[in-house]
Design a protein around this ligand. Sequence first.
Ligand code: BTN
Length: 270
Amino acid sequence: MSRPARDASLEARLNALLKGARLGLPVQAYDVLDSTMEEAHRLAQHQASEGTLIVAARQEHGRGRLGRAWASPEGGAYCSLLLRPQQPAAAPQLSLVAGLAVAETLRDIACLYPMIRWPNDLFIKDKKIAGILVEASTAQEQRALNAERSTLYAVIGVGINLTTDPAQLPEGSSSLAASGASHCSREDVIAGLCRRFAAWYERWTQEGFEPVREALRPWIGLFGQPVRLTAGTRRYEGVASDLDESGRLVVRLDSGQPRAFDMGEVTQLR
Ligand code: BTN
């Protein structure tokens, strides 16, 4: 089967913007891919280096969290970044690091202040404008591939609706342009994100999660709000109160008990 065609002009612009960056190079850009995640996994298993970035102008089978599809028409920024972290089991924290980097990038480039809905959905005025998916190889998979420990990796996938027509997006989603920021180019957003993410990734690697937690708190609009948390088939209601030291969401349940969740989907109740 023939390989998808690369977009040399977008690659050249990203190469220029990412010169000297710690993550985001080498970059491969495509007009269309099935999913940037697939391509990133393929390269990861062929020993691609940490920082390799895959970008597509559109995806035919973009994927989201919890097995959902991610609508990926023209007008969005769709990218996957390959990491080879020393603690590959920390995928949930990496997704919080990525959420922080996306929020700061949109502030810097679009002058927008999205709310992060834990764990990592980004909303503007109650509409979802970006999402993050982290997929990590497990030690078990690596053993099955008969690979070295050093080949453990994580792929961070980010989708941001830039100029996408909201009519092409699921109910409850919107784009930067529809939120008042129509001037953001795909390459500026992706390069800005790689630089922001690289800075936080380095801090997280050196200092652990605590500085990330501190920086994240103001972006998480849920604290003090009544929420419903759906984890698998179970639902819990209470008031979101904080992030704990490992990034879990602490909810004071209606029973009065605090409980920390490491996964799930949050709905704000008011
Ligand atoms: C979510 O909110 O459910 C996560 C969405 C993640 C979408 C991005 S777009 C780039 C990368 N490729 C994919 O197929 N998914 C992620």
